[in-house]
Design a protein around this ligand. Structure first.
Ligand SMILES: Cc1cc2nc3c(=O)[nH]c(=O)nc-3n(C[C@H](O)[C@H](O)[C@H](O)COP(=O)(O)OP(=O)(O)OC[C@H]3O[C@@H](n4cnc5c(N)ncnc54)[C@H](O)[C@@H]3O)c2cc1C
Length: 413
């Protein structure tokens, strides 16, 4: 529809990230759709996901799936109508083969995030939706008298019946989602909670594992203590980076972690401390001339470099013969494997956070169709909403499910 020279769009989607692209790909060609993206191309963050492999979702049962979010109630409302199985069927229906890893994470079979982006862009092109890149939206106004939005970018002004906000959070700001859109939303009266980094790695005082960068240890037990009380007890994979601790066990706990908290790791929860001591003493008496390092490496299923670091931390000379190391030192070494304690210096910021906590308050949104309760012509999808999930495919699933729910809502309009 045109008023004078002015084209009136049915929907303007602001942001061509995971949520915006998925919504556009699902909007039929009978709608006049415009996507405005401030970057020079769509899906920059989507391409980065899962280290470039794109962990789109998780095979976990939908009942427990929704517990992986900070707000399971909202997750249920959004995910039950477009769940992980439906998402997988959707991509496979478009001819994209998927694989499910042993840990339940789902990826494109090619392990290339570009394939996810390409398949969605193909749908957008075939519906002839318009994508304008290099256009940052700087203002939105609702014109009550004509019941239309005007959407202003650096270049020009557009008019639309509906606006779908898919501007993301604030993590990895260089990817385009830098949180600045919240100011525009605040101006029109949308209630929000400020963004905070979530799913971040953690820097600790006296980091002793710099040389282990890239090494991961499966199923580590972690207890986080504050004022001598345990605030979190959890288990998961730990990743050492060159300067911090990361991996799912850290990322998923990061929302609870505070400066000066104590983190106590059990690197070998499968071993009982006393039995391990007995076993080691037996090994030592049977192999007194072996290097102590070799005895430990053979008895404990840990990467060699971690064993070496823990020996250094315990101040045991790695080259010493087994018989020359005292039982007390063996006990101290096992103690470091079972209760290694570090103090939190700080959590990494938005530059390293995989998602943002905060965003448009869930009290502002009707989750039946993702519309703003104060103006049903405005729709919110993806990470701009105040909900965030654990690492493992949960955040992309929310972006896709919320986009699908919004598109379904438009069908009844
Ligand atoms: C390194 C990394 C790896 C990740 N890996 C995974 C993973 O494997 N699995 C998973 O589930 N999640 C993963 N995530 C999280 C996931 O990427 C996000 O939750 C998801 O991309 C959110 O989608 P979105 O569309 O809401 O926001 P985004 O993907 O951030 O897209 C928002 C878009 O809006 C644009 N925009 C912002 N403001 C404006 C404006 N004013 N005008 C026009 N355009 C604007 C931005 O440029 C951007 O393109 C990862 C995140 C990171 C940083």
């Amino acid at each position: 529809m045109n008023i004078g020279d002015c084209m009136i769009y049915d929907v303007i989607i602001i942001g061509a990230g995971a949520a915006g692209i998925f919504a556009a790909a699902n909007l039929l060609s009978d709608r006049k759709v415009l996507i405005l993206e401030k970057n020079d191309r769509p899906g920059i963050k989507l391409l980065m996901t899962g280290s470039g492999q794109c962990n789109i979702t998780n095979i976990e049962s939908i009942k427990t799936f929704t517990k992986r979010y900070n707000n399971p109630g909202v997750a249920r409302k959004v995910l039950f109508s477009f769940n992980n199985r439906m998402l997988m069927d959707y991509f496979e229906g478009l001819g994209l083969k998927l694989i499910v890893r042993e840990d339940g994470k789902v990826f494109p079979q090619s392990l290339k995030s570009k394939d996810i982006l390409d398949v969605l862009m193909r749908e957008i092109c075939s519906s002839k939706h318009q994508l304008n890149c290099n256009e940052s939206v700087t203002d939105i106004k609702w014109q009550e008298s004509i019941g239309l939005f005007s959407v202003v970018t650096g270049q020009r002004k557009y008019t639309s019946k509906k606006v779908m906000v898919a501007t993301g959070g604030q993590s990895y700001p260089k990817s385009g989602s830098d949180g600045s859109f919240l100011d525009i939303l605040a101006k029109i009266g949308v209630k929000m909670n400020s963004f905070k980094p979530a799913l971040t790695s953690v820097k600790v005082v006296q980091y002793r594992f710099k040389n282990l960068s890239g090494v991961a240890i499966p199923s580590v037990r972690l207890s986080i203590e504050r004022d001598s009380k345990a605030v979190v007890k959890t288990k998961g994979d730990l990743l050492f980076t060159h300067d911090s601790l990361s991996g799912p066990v850290i990322l998923n706990s990061s929302r609870h972690i505070r400066v000066d908290d104590k983190m106590i790791f059990d690197f070998i929860p499968q071993f009982d401390e006393n039995r391990l001591l007995e076993e080691m003493m037996h090994q030592i008496s049977s192999n007194p001339r072996k290097e102590i390092k070799t005895i430990f490496e053979d008895s404990i299923i840990l990467p060699k470099r971690l064993v070496e670091s823990l020996l250094d931390i315990t101040a045991i000379d790695r080259r010493k013969k087994a018989s020359e190391v005292s039982k007390k030192n063996i006990q101290r070494f096992i103690g470091n494997c079972k209760h290694y304690e570090v103090t939190v210096m700080y959590k990494q910021g938005f530059e390293n956070a995989m998602v943002s906590a905060g965003g448009v308050s869930s009290e502002e949104i009707d989750f039946d169709n993702m519309t703003w309760l104060r103006n049903r012509n405005m729709i919110f999808i993806g990470e701009v909403i105040d909900i965030d999930g654990e690492t493992g495919g949960y955040n992309l699933q929310f972006a896709f499910s919320s986009a699908k729910k919004a598109v379904l809502g438009l069908l009844f309009d």
